[in-house]
Design a binder for this molecule. Structure first.
Ligand SMILES: [Zn+2]
Ligand SMILES: [Zn+2]
Length: 392
């Protein structure tokens, strides 16, 4: 905004811009300067996909450590270099399923399955933070045959410590790092090569450059690629590209191995070639077809209340108030996948507006008015309405 005020050019200094900012740059909203040479001539790492489909079938479970990654880690450690392992789930087992009837332990306050944490020997809800004792018998059928599904960083740390008994393995996530001191301390130890393998979540993605890291392993790329969100490809690309960057080295020997069962996924081809432009060309027609940003503005209204029908009624009420002028742009009300958090039920209304500044401003004003009227009604006074722009 300030840049356009002063007729200046904005340089988006990022190898992983968003689809929208790139679109704005190409269509002249921002000036575009392409930075193709990496800072200090650090070479982009080579990226290798490890197809885990057959292995997963054989073991009837997600693959934690493939033979190919095992071999690459062994070689890296033998060369006295370091390894970063990325798994975007914390805890030990993200969820447990009854092997007989399929029942999954859930939080009492949220529609969320519970994650097992071994260090505390508790089940935890990652939405509200409530802890529960470990469930021994299925509450639906009484069976005690639970199957562990997927794996979190805590499980990964344990498995890697077993697989590489001579390596020093540490973990960086929300559970192991409690404050700035923990964080800085862990980074310092890794920088000084007192650790060989660092396992972590998104927390280790940003702004960390380690001179001795030669290998980055992504354990479960499928977990990043399969979400029902129009930004899923863009987000997966950004995350994989940022994680890969940790293996960028001056001598060009850096390597990234991505374990994935959906090897043909187009996003992986773009990541392999570090080709944001290809991702952009792939995404843009779909965004246009379904009228998602940058071709529209999406306003999401979330209605929260302890009683589901009150949240639902409030959503209908506001939708009807907007229908006269904006009816063709409205979708819902509908319940999101996670429809209860901290004992409050969630209902959503989506408004997809064409990119017309005046129309968007008018609609925002109308939304504010409708919310005010809603909250002057005593039935709906306690409904929380949360507006979000371009976030789904
Ligand atoms: Zn059961
Ligand atoms: Zn909860």
């Amino acid at each position: 905004y300030y840049a356009s005020l002063h007729q200046a050019k904005v340089v988006l200094g990022s190898a992983t811009p968003s689809i929208e900012s790139y679109y704005n740059a190409l269509t002249g909203k921002y000036g575009l300067v392409t930075l193709s040479e990496r800072y200090a001539d650090v070479a982009l790492p080579a990226i290798e996909m490890v197809d885990t489909r057959m292995l997963a079938k054989e073991h009837k479970a997600k693959v934690l450590l493939s033979p190919a990654l095992h071999e690459a880690i062994t070689q890296t450690l033998a060369a006295h270099k370091q390894v970063i392992i990325f798994q975007n789930r914390r805890g030990y087992t993200p969820y447990q399923v009854c092997g007989v009837c399929g029942w999954v332990p859930q939080c009492r306050h949220c529609s969320v399955s519970l994650t097992y944490h071994k260090s505390t020997n508790k089940l935890s809800c990652h939405y509200c933070g409530t802890h529960y004792p470990v469930v021994q018998t299925c509450q639906a059928c009484g069976s005690s045959a639970f199957v562990e599904k997927n794996f979190g960083t805590e499980r990964v740390e344990e498995a890697f410590a077993e697989a590489f008994p001579h390596a020093k393995v540490a973990r960086m996530d929300y559970d192991s790092v409690k404050g700035k001191y923990d964080h800085d301390n862990l980074i310092q130890q890794f920088e000084q090569q007192k650790l060989d393998i660092l396992v972590g979540t998104q927390m280790l993605v940003k702004g960390l450059d380690f001179a001795h890291v030669q290998l980055v392993g992504v354990l479960d790329a499928d977990g990043l690629l399969h979400f029902s969100d129009f930004r899923v490809n863009e987000r997966a690309y950004q995350l994989l590209e940022q994680v890969s960057g940790r293996a960028g080295r001056k001598d060009g020997l850096g390597k990234v191995m991505i374990q994935v069962s959906d090897v043909q996924h187009p996003v992986l081809q773009f990541v392999r070639n570090h080709d944001f432009k290809a991702l952009y060309d792939f995404e843009l027609p779909n965004r246009q077809l379904f009228q998602y940003p940058p071709f529209s503005r999406v306003i999401k209204l979330t209605f929260r209340h302890k009683q589901s029908h009150i949240a639902e009624d409030a959503a209908h009420w506001v939708m009807k108030g907007l229908a006269a002028n904006y009816g063709t742009f409205i979708q819902g009300p509908a319940q999101p996948v996670i429809n209860r958090i901290r004992n409050e039920y969630l209902w959503e209304v989506l408004i997809k507006l064409p990119r017309n500044t005046k129309l968007i401003a008018q609609c925002k004003q109308a939304i504010r008015q409708q919310i005010q009227i809603l909250q002057s009604d005593k039935t709906y006074r306690s409904v929380h309405v949360i507006p979000d722009v371009d976030v789904i």
